[in-house]
Ligand binder design. Structure first.
Ligand SMILES: [Zn+2]
Length: 95
């Protein structure tokens, strides 16, 4: 059942798809823009106590104390497992 993905592809998905576009365009998460900070509804606890970090390309929920890379975030939304999340991001990215 395991499927092989080259580490370079996984790294690209984690680093090269801007976390903001994953939240806004790919997942259509509910967001609040406050003082130019993107706050999204955490898919795990529904809190807006969240932020994105463009340096690390991670989304963080301060209530869950969890960081999400693009793959984690797609999985956390709940429709996909790891393989489906990788396919979804690959399909929806421009490389
Ligand atoms: Zn949370």
């Amino acid at each position: 059942m395991s499927k092989y993905y080259p580490p370079t592809l996984l790294r690209k998905l984690r680093n090269d798809i801007p976390i903001d576009s994953v939240i806004l365009q790919l997942l259509n998460l509910e967001v609040k823009n406050t003082h130019h900070l993107l706050r999204f509804r955490c898919p795990l606890c529904s809190s807006f106590h969240t932020a994105t970090n463009h340096q690390t390309n991670l989304a963080r929920c301060f209530d869950c104390k969890k960081n999400f890379n693009p793959i984690d975030l797609v999985i956390a939304v709940g429709k996909f497992g790891f393989i489906e999340a990788v396919e979804f991001l690959t399909m929806n990215s421009s490389f």
